[in-house]
Design a protein around this ligand. Structure first.
Ligand code: ZN
Length: 259
């Protein structure tokens, strides 16, 4: 059994709650699909916690933005990445600064589980990326794409042979080869692994956008994938955002509504 988390976005309260929930289930293998930082108020601590608790951590577009440069970000996301960069430098312990940058800089953009391990879960292949298997860091696969961009879904499905796990949109759910999308609610939070291909969005720990403010993640067991939500103290995170002038207030207030 293992857990997959994504899109923490410097939200330490959500990360702590989700990791607590994962540990309480006796799960010790955690894979993180990226965007550990960006938007939220605690980038350094989130990097420390993720690096200490996750077996694999991939690079997300916000991690890329902080490391290199924001690309096609809106004004508040861009301002948040510049602030995150300064915040990571604003630290007395030089070794800690160096360790965090090194960790970010060493992230890969794609991970594939070894064949034997995949078979143990009833899978031919398990691929993990932040965005999509075509463009691992930046491409968004939205639920609406089943209506607006069926070709994009089909082309995406051609890039893997069985299961692909993504984050990036902050909207959890399952895309199938028949170009359908199922929200966790549609399937009672459980997806049975069959021989058919599926693209699974694990949702977001620190900034859910499906109108549910609780932090989200996924558990993978043999033949089954479960979507989980965890309550956390979003008021505390919101207040930290509101107290930092460089972070747009909306990055705090949106947490309450999960959007
Ligand atoms: Zn994100």
């Amino acid at each position: 059994m293992f857990a997959i988390i994504s899109d923490i976005h410097s939200n330490l309260e959500a990360l702590t709650a989700v990791l607590g929930d994962i540990r309480s289930r006796g799960i010790d293998e955690i894979i993180c699909l990226g965007d550990v930082v960006g938007y939220g108020p605690d980038p350094g601590k989130c990097l420390d916690v993720v690096s200490q608790n996750c077996r694999e951590v991939l690079l997300g577009n916000h991690d890329w933005a902080v490391l290199y440069e924001p690309s096609r970000f809106n004004a508040s996301a861009e301002a948040a990445s510049y602030w995150t960069r300064m915040e990571l430098e604003r630290e007395d312990d030089q070794a800690k600064i160096a360790r965090r940058w090194k960790f970010l800089g060493e992230r890969e953009i794609r991970f594939v589980k070894d064949a034997q391990h995949s078979r143990d879960y009833g899978c031919r292949e398990m691929v993990f990326v932040h965005g999509s298997p075509r463009r691992p860091v930046n491409e968004y696969i939205f639920p609406d794409d089943i209506y607006n961009s069926a070709n994009k879904i089909s082309a995406t499905m051609e890039r893997f042979s069985h299961l692909c796990f993504v984050g990036h949109t902050h909207v959890p759910g399952v895309f199938t080869e028949s170009v359908d999308f199922y929200s966790p609610e549609d399937i009672n939070d459980v997806f049975d692994i069959s021989s058919a291909k599926a693209l699974i969005n694990v949702g977001s720990v620190g900034q859910p956008r499906d109108r549910d403010p609780r932090g989200g993640y996924v558990i993978v067991e043999p033949d089954t994938i479960s979507f989980v939500r965890v309550e956390y103290d979003w008021q505390k995170t919101r207040d930290k955002v509101l107290a930092k002038p460089a972070l747009d207030d909306y990055l705090g207030t949106r947490l309450q509504e999960g959007r």
